[in-house]
Design a protein around this ligand. Structure first.
Ligand SMILES: Cc1cc2nc3c(=O)[nH]c(=O)nc-3n(C[C@H](O)[C@H](O)[C@H](O)COP(=O)(O)OP(=O)(O)OC[C@H]3O[C@@H](n4cnc5c(N)ncnc54)[C@H](O)[C@@H]3O)c2cc1C
Length: 340
């Protein structure tokens, strides 16, 4: 947490370099019960201490200034959160890497990594390359590629729906301050206005991972949760759905480390996308770290607690849009489209 501001600075430098949509905002976390509101209140001092900021409670009677709903029993406003455009962020990072001389080869699945006398042999099907150093940043998509990580990173599916464009009066009523928003449930829901401010983008955990109806089922599940918060969206169509794998760890922290010479930076869940961008400066390997200003913070040894057998399989991109749904009240499928 303490290193958060420096990571935002780093993110900000990337942003300046690649023109990413990046908004410093406030996170409003709504309490789903009066008890949850009291629990958040009890943590307020600790939050302020760990992450110095003007975090403050918003009582239920005032919450319409933050979010147009009666679903929550008040909530917590935490300044200093950032909202970004994920696709532009990824594209921008790729451009920045290429400018620095990196060759990016996409669309290829690495199938094996073998240690050799001088480095590693990395196989991608029948293709093989020799590598002096290997960094695994496979997060929730590692699958069986590297059993050490498979036993430590729990793949959890998260998905997002986006509404069709809404009248600006509705957006202003439901999201008057264009906050980043979330609910206090343990299985969190997170939502925000789209970067252009015309749609509501609503996400959360989904359980269905296979089957022909995966898009419709998951989109309907998220839409039901969205309507709990914003009942007046009952007639609004859902134009987009997408999903991906996050990678949870048992201590809920991202893990940077090295195992048998292979570096890894994994375990990035929901609210810590800023961590991968900062990971490169923290890797333990002398090869990666010798010339850069390493931050001597958390390098986790990554204890395995249970054996995870579920394999998420390979997915080329966590933000690939599988297909567009026009759920609305009807639930019909539509053509592919992008929110960008
Ligand atoms: C629907 C959804 C919504 C989210 N919302 C938010 C949010 O609002 N805020 C937030 O901070 N975070 C959010 N996240 C989490 C965020 O996306 C992740 O924390 C972040 O992407 C992790 O970055 P990463 O580089 O560690 O891993 P990833 O972005 O998952 O990248 C891992 C890459 O490794 C590749 N890969 C895996 N195995 C192989 C292999 N064998 N060969 C080749 N390539 C391989 C994968 O294809 C993938 O491209 C969300 C995630 C999802 C799915």
């Amino acid at each position: 947490m303490r290193s958060g501001s420096s990571q935002y600075r780093m993110l900000g430098q990337n942003v300046a370099a690649v023109n990413i949509i990046y908004i410093i905002s406030v996170l409003f976390r709504g309490a789903v019960t009066p008890r949850a509101y009291d629990a958040i209140g009890a943590q307020l001092e600790r939050i302020r201490k760990v992450m110095p900021c003007d975090a403050h409670l918003v009582p239920r009677a005032e919450q319409h200034g933050e979010i147009g709903t009666d679903f929550y029993h008040g909530g917590l406003a935490i300044p200093g959160y950032a909202g970004l455009h994920p696709a532009r962020y990824v594209a921008g990072l790729a451009q920045a890497a290429e400018r620095a001389g990196v060759t990016i080869i996409g669309g290829i699945r690495v199938t094996a990594i073998e240690r050799q006398a001088a480095g590693f042999r990395v196989s991608a099907g029948r293709k093989q390359i020799q590598a002096k150093q290997v960094l695994l940043a496979t997060n929730g998509y590692n699958g069986s590629l590297y059993p050490f990580l498979q036993r430590r990173i729990i793949p959890i599916r998260s998905a997002i729906i986006a509404t069709e464009p809404l009248p600006s009066a509705v957006m202003s009523r439901l999201m008057p301050k264009r906050r980043m928003l979330a609910g206090s449930q343990r299985v969190v829901t997170y939502f925000r206005p789209s970067p252009d401010g015309t749609r509501i983008v609503f996400g959360g955990r989904v359980l269905k991972v296979t089957g022909e109806d995966v898009v419709e089922t998951n989109a309907a599940h998220l839409r039901k949760q969205m309507l709990q918060v914003f009942p007046e969206l009952a007639d609004a169509g859902i134009s987009h759905y997408w999903h991906g794998q996050t990678g949870f760890t048992f201590d809920k922290l991202p893990h940077l480390g090295q195992h048998e010479g292979v570096d890894y930076a994994c375990g990035s869940t929901g609210p810590v996308s800023r961590v991968p961008a900062g990971s490169a400066t923290r890797l333990p390997s002398a090869c990666w770290g010798s010339k850069i200003n390493r931050v001597p913070t958390k390098i986790c040894p990554s204890a395995a607690v249970i054996s995870i057998t579920a394999s998420p399989g390979f997915c080329p991109s966590p933000f690939s849009i599988t297909r567009c749904v026009t759920a609305g009240t009807s639930g019909n499928a539509g053509p592919s489209a992008s929110i960008g």
